[in-house]
Design a protein around this ligand. Structure first.
Ligand SMILES: [Fe+2]
Length: 484
C-alpha cells in the first residue's frame, strides 16, 4: 500500500491484458447498439516511483466492449504501445519510430475516438497520439497522414454539421501560441492556425459553437522547475531552469530539443504544470474562419477549467457551460485537489465585452457530456458524475436540465464508483435525451467493473455487462457505432 493516492483503490493500475468473449449481461442491451464502447485511462506498466507518480502521466490503456444484437461479444483492454511500453513488454515498436507525430515517451492515455475509419488514442501536451485497430492493438503513431505533426489534443470536437474534427492543441515548446486545427472527414488536416496566448498554458479543452472557437487561456502553466527536476542532471538544474524560464512560453523551442527534454522525463512521473497567480485568466472568442488577430479576449475570475460541457451562440452572446475548479495544482501538486469543481454558466457578451459568471450547480462534478449531435448548439441536457477529492469517482450521476434549471440524480449503492457517461441516441433522428447513457461502474467490494447502460430519460438501468475484472478510474470514453 503506497501513500500515493494514484496507486491505491481503483486508481491502481491493472497488470494484465484480457480478451474475453461472450461477456455476461443482465437486462437487455438495446438492439440499436451495434458498435464499441471505448474508454482510455492511465495505467502505468511496471514499477513506478510512488514519490513522484502523477495520475495524468501514466501509460495509456484502452478498454473496449463490442456490443451487437443484444450481446456483449467481447471485452478487451490493451496498453497503447508507446516506445517505452513496447520495450517493457519486449515487443517490437508498432509503426516504427515516427517522431514527427509528437513526443514519443509518454502514453496516449486520455481519450479514444474514431475518425475517418481509424480508432485513435489521444493525449495532449505535444505527446504523440496512436492509431489502434478495431480490436485495440496499436498500429503506430498518428499524424493524420503527415498533415499534423507535433502532437494534438485529447478533446477534439466533431462538428455535427460537417463531421470534421476541430481542436486546440498546446505544447510547452510552442512559445506563446496554441494551435487551432481542423481535420477533414478524410482524416487529413485541412487548416491549422497559430493563436497567440499569454505564455505556456495547459489548455486541456476548448469550445466550439456554430460561429466561434473559444480558447480557455487560464493560469495553469508549464513549470520549468518540476520539468527540469525530472529531466536534467542535478548539477545542471539551476542553469537549465534559468535558460528554460527565459524561453518557455515566449519563443518556440526547436522540436528536437523539446523532444530530448521530454524523453528524459518519461511516463509515470510528476506533472509539469502548476498554478501561476501572475498569469491572467481569459477566455478568447474567435470567428471560426478567423486567425490570431481576430480573437477577442475577455477576463474571467482566476480559476481552471478542464472541461466545458458544451457551448453555443445566442444572439450577441456566447454561452459556455463549464466545470470550474477554483484553482489547480497550487497547494496540492498532486491535484486536482484545490477546491471542489462546480458547474457554471459563462455568458460572453460580445457587445458589452464582458463575461457574466453564474453558478448552476455547486455539487462537485466532472467529466460533463451532452448529446454529441448538439456540440456547438443549444443543449437542454447535460450529464456529469459526482466526484470526490482528486476526481475520485463518486456514486451519483447528475442529469442537468438546463432549460428548467433542475437536476435529477441517480444514486448508486455505497461502494459503487462511477466514471464518465456518454450519450447515444436511440436513432439518428431521436429527440435529445431519447437514448442511452453508457459508462463503467466499479464495485469496490467485489473489485470488478460493469459497463452500465442507462435509459437517459429516467436514468434507470437498462442493462449491465459484467466484467470479471476491474476497469481503473480513467478519463474519457466514446461509443463508436459500427460503420461510422
Ligand atoms: Fe479531459
Amino acid at each position: 500500500m503506497s501513500d500515493n493516492p494514484y496507486l491505491n483503490g481503483n486508481f491502481a493500475p491493472v497488470t494484465q491484458e484480457h480478451t474475453l468473449t461472450e461477456v455476461a449481461v443482465t437486462g437487455s442491451i438495446p438492439e440499436h447498439l451495434d458498435g464499441r464502447y471505448l474508454r482510455n485511462g492511465p495505467n502505468p506498466l511496471g514499477e513506478v516511483d510512488p514519490a513522484t507518480y502523477h495520475w495524468f502521466m501514466g501509460d495509456g490503456m484502452v478498454h473496449g466492449l463490442r456490443l451487437r444484437d443484444g450481446r456483449a461479444e467481447w471485452y478487451r483492454n490493451r496498453w497503447v504501445r508507446s516506445p517505452e511500453v513496447a520495450a517493457r513488454l519486449g515487443e517490437p515498436l508498432p509503426g516504427g519510430r515516427k517522431h514527427r507525430a509528437g513526443l514519443n515517451t509518454l502514453g496516449a492515455n486520455t481519450n479514444v475516438i474514431e475518425h475517418a475509419g481509424r480508432t485513435l488514442a489521444l493525449v495532449e501536451g505535444g505527446v504523440a497520439n496512436y492509431e489502434l485497430t478495431d480490436e485495440l492493438d496499436t498500429v503506430g503513431p498518428c499524424d493524420f497522414d503527415g498533415t499534423l505533426t507535433g502532437g494534438y489534443t485529447a478533446h477534439p470536437k466533431r462538428d455535427p454539421a460537417t463531421g470534421e474534427l476541430h481542436a486546440v492543441s498546446y505544447f510547452f515548446g510552442r512559445g506563446n501560441t496554441v494551435q487551432y486545427s481542423v481535420i477533414g472527414v478524410d482524416g487529413r488536416c485541412r487548416r491549422s492556425v497559430d493563436i497567440e496566448v499569454t505564455g505556456s498554458p495547459m489548455m486541456h479543452d476548448f469550445s466550439l459553437t456554430e460561429n466561434h472557437v473559444v480558447f480557455y487561456d487560464l493560469p495553469v502553466t508549464f513549470d520549468v522547475r518540476e520539468a527540469s527536476r525530472t529531466t536534467v542532471p542535478p548539477l545542471l538544474r539551476r542553469p537549465a531552469q534559468l535558460v528554460l524560464s527565459a524561453i518557455i512560453g515566449k519563443v518556440r523551442v526547436p522540436d528536437p530539443i523539446a523532444a530530448m527534454a521530454a524523453d528524459r522525463g518519461g511516463a509515470n512521473t510528476g506533472f509539469p504544470y502548476r498554478w501561476d497567480p501572475r498569469y491572467p485568466a481569459r477566455v478568447g472568442v474567435m470567428p471560426r474562419d478567423g486567425g490570431s488577430a481576430d480573437v477577442r479576449w475577455f477576463e474571467v475570475e482566476p480559476c481552471y477549467v478542464f472541461h466545458p460541457m458544451n457551448a453555443y451562440d445566442d444572439g450577441a452572446t456566447v454561452v459556455l457551460d463549464v466545470v470550474r475548479h477554483p484553482k489547480m495544482f497550487d497547494a496540492d501538486r498532486r491535484g486536482p485537489d484545490d477546491g471542489p469543481p462546480a458547474l457554471d454558466r459563462w455568458t460572453v457578451d460580445l457587445t458589452a465585452g464582458k463575461v457574466r459568471e453564474q453558478r448552476l450547480d455547486d455539487r462537485p462534478q466532472e467529466f460533463p457530456r451532452v448529446d454529441e449531435r448538439l456540440v456547438g448548439r443549444r443543449h437542454r441536457y447535460g450529464y456529469a458524475p459526482a466526484v470526490g477529492r482528486r476526481l475520485e469517482q463518486g456514486s451519483a450521476l447528475l442529469k442537468h436540465d438546463l432549460r428548467e434549471g433542475t437536476t435529477t440524480t441517480r444514486e448508486f449503492p455505497p461502494g459503487t464508483e462511477i466514471g464518465e457517461f456518454v450519450f447515444e441516441p436511440r436513432t439518428p433522428d431521436s429527440t435529445e435525451d431519447d437514448g442511452v447513457l453508457m459508462g463503467f461502474v466499479h464495485d469496490k467490494r467485489e473489485s470488478r467493473s460493469d459497463l452500465l447502460i442507462l435509459d437517459a430519460a429516467g436514468l434507470d438501468t437498462v442493462a449491465a455487462v459484467h466484467l470479471p475484472t476491474r476497469v481503473p478510474n480513467g478519463f474519457h470514453g466514446n461509443w463508436v457505432p459500427t460503420g461510422r
